[in-house]
Design a protein around this ligand. Structure first.
Ligand SMILES: *Cc1c(COP(=O)(O)O)cnc(C)c1O
Length: 380
């Protein structure tokens, strides 16, 4: 133990503030009980259609298809767009691994692209540089509630005849010029994992305005069964169906989406105001973007020992999370190339507790813990 550590005041134990805790305070319980009482607990039942309609309503998409998690919500459209061996799909190096895994699961090659310094998201100019004759699709990822530059990405896609699948897993509620993310490309995917803005435990949704793609996806997610002839399977299919119980929770959540989003945006605003004088850099949205502020995330000053800072914050009851490692550092996707901006964000990024029910007192504790830990390292 060094002297600085020995001098640190010992604090009374306080309840730990987690990074996330879902708000299930609406009709979630009633709807789940209704599923159990009615015995409709599997993937047929009234809540499935209601939840799909609710997400179609929120996003403004023509079709919304429920699936059993956010990962298959990416794999299903990739597969149904005909992406497979011999194809390349461009994806940011800085993303959650599911974006990359689902491309690899089709047999296509994920081609990594750089992120932008300001919003941490896919750099359209770098996308264009990486297009080859084998490129079939682009997967922009709307990380942390931010939104990619969809105007630039769709322009590139149109000029090169490419498909676009938006990974909007973290961006339910995010709009660009009033249009919901996930509806700019040919399809968009959402996740309802426990820490996402709307949760169903595990769950996902694919949205699209393309009637033919929607019909293919609906058939494929249910074992490729013909819609008119039972046990007649016309295409290779999967079982990617959501349960009625999950949809029941999702419907109750979506009914309160405006309140959940308002609470999350308030949390983000308070963090930004409270930490305004600190040498930290928040993810910045481009003009016209209204972020859902999924997880409030920032870059620590260069040279900060992030692990030590996180351990110190944990010691005073504040949980934080590092951002994702870049995909090209993973053993199965290792590349010789460098992505300096993606690597820098990955090395310095930190997510703060961002759940809707955070109180003013808890937010103040998080900020105090962060500032104190920065001071310990001479960074504030
Ligand atoms: C959560 C997430 C997914 C996958 O969702 P699951 O529901 O966990 O399978 C995909 N992409 C991104 C960016 C995510 O954050």
């Amino acid at each position: 133990m060094n002297p600085a550590q020995a001098e640190r005041p010992v604090r009374a134990a306080q309840p730990v503030i987690p990074v996330y805790r879902p708000d299930l305070s609406g009709k979630e319980r009633d709807y789940v009980i209704d599923c159990v009482d009615s015995t409709w607990i599997s993937s047929i039942g009234a809540y499935i259609g209601k939840f799909e309609a609710a997400i179609a309503g929120v996003t403004g998409a023509k079709h919304a298809l429920s699936v059993c998690n956010g990962t298959v919500a990416l794999h299903l459209p990739l597969h149904c767009m005909g992406i497979g061996p011999g194809d390349e799909v461009i994806v940011p190096a800085f993303t959650y691994i599911a974006s990359v895994n689902t491309i690899a699961q089709t047999g296509a090659v994920p081609v990594f692209a750089e992120s932008l310094r300001g919003d941490w998201l896919l750099d359209p100019e770098d996308v264009e540089r990486r297009i080859t004759p084998r490129t079939k699709a682009i997967m922009p990822v709307h990380l942390y509630g931010g939104a990619c530059d969809m105007a630039a990405i769709m322009d590139i896609a149109q000029r090169h005849g490419l498909q676009v699948l938006e990974d909007a897993a973290e961006a339910l509620g995010t709009t660009i010029g009033g249009q919901h993310v996930g509806t700019f490309g040919h399809a968009g995917s959402f996740s309802f994992f426990g820490n996402k803005t709307v949760t169903t435990g595990e769950g996902g949704m694919v949205v699209t305005n393309d009637d033919a793609l929607a019909a293919t996806m609906r058939m494929t997610k249910g074992q490729g069964q013909s819609t008119t002839r039972r046990y007649w399977h016309e295409v290779l299919g999967f079982n990617y169906r959501m349960t009625n119980i999950s949809a029941a929770i999702g419907l109750a959540q979506t009914e309160r989406l405006p309140q959940i989003l308002a609470a999350k945006r308030r949390v983000a605003k308070i963090y930004k105001e409270s930490l305004a004088g600190m040498p930290v850099t928040f993810q910045q949205a481009m003009a016209g973007v209204e972020s859902a502020d999924w997880l409030v995330s920032l870059l620590l000053p260069p040279g900060t020992d992030r692990d030590r800072l996180m351990a110190e914050m944990q010691a005073v009851g504040v949980e934080t999370r590092p951002v994702f490692y870049p995909a090209h550092h993973m053993p199965m996707y290792r590349r010789e190339e460098h992505f300096p901006i993606a690597e820098d964000i990955a090395a310095r990024g930190l997510s703060l507790p961002s759940f809707p029910a955070l109180t003013d007192g808890e937010l103040a504790r998080v900020c105090e813990a962060l500032v104190n830990s920065l001071r310990q390292q001479g960074k504030a």
